[in-house]
Design a protein around this ligand. Structure first.
Ligand code: NI
Length: 218
């Protein structure tokens, strides 16, 4: 009765697949909820867009301030105990590994916690990582708008002590092109070597495209 068993197993597998697809569909369609993390597309023009923020010297900047250069963008908060420092350190190391090519890439750290991450707090924090790192903060609305265009999810985790809360947030590193379009999205935990290698490839592709050779686009 092997055939019957096989049929039964395949029928069960199909049901399991349908159930899994249903759960995935439910999660995707409820991604706006406060507890579900929105996962942005791998790359594309949908990520990134207009924002107005304050840099860590108190200057007002917009997305256009960074046009004409590559940016490596990360959203987080200075009180983050582990993920943010790790990701920012990875960005720093990747830029260093790129050597001279790294000079073309500006590392940006955008806070999702503007209540505590003032201009001064950002200034003392970003200098711990890279001399060229730019810290960006602003009003709740300005930060909210920047996060929205980058499809970043964040939420305050309320605890007993109002001053010692954590922020729940998505932790992607975005490589943005000189035109402000997203080129690559790095997941949390990418190694500095892998990040550097991928950025080098992206910079190399751009050189080929601008040197007059026909650009091949997928
Ligand atoms: Ni964090």
């Amino acid at each position: 009765m092997l055939a019957k068993r096989l049929i039964r197993i395949s029928v069960l597998s199909v049901f399991a697949l349908i159930a899994a697809a249903g759960i995935a569909w439910y999660q995707v369609n409820n991604a706006e909820g406060p507890t579900t993390q929105y996962v942005p597309p791998v790359s594309g023009a949908e990520v990134g867009g207009p924002f107005t923020l304050l840099d860590h010297t108190g200057q007002e900047v917009t997305d256009e301030t960074f046009h004409g250069q590559y940016t490596l963008v990360y959203f987080g908060f200075t009180f983050c105990p582990d993920v943010c420092p790790t990701e920012l350190w990875t960005m720093t190391q990747a830029i260093e590994l790129l050597g001279e090519d790294g000079d073309q890439v500006a590392p940006l750290f955008i806070t999702v916690d503007p209540e505590r991450d003032t201009v001064e707090a950002m200034a003392s924090y970003v200098t711990l990582f890279h001399p060229r790192m730019v810290g960006l903060t602003g009003s709740m609305e300005q930060v909210g708008e920047a996060a929205r265009v980058y499809r970043v999810y964040y939420a305050k985790v309320e605890g007993e002590d109002p001053d010692h809360y954590l922020m729940d947030h998505s932790a992607f590193v975005y490589l943005m092109g000189p035109d402000g379009r997203n080129l690559i999205l790095f997941g949390s935990g990418t190694s500095p070597e892998r990040m550097a290698e991928t950025i080098r490839e992206a910079l190399g592709d751009a050189r080929v495209e601008t040197s007059g050779l026909p650009a091949v686009r997928g």
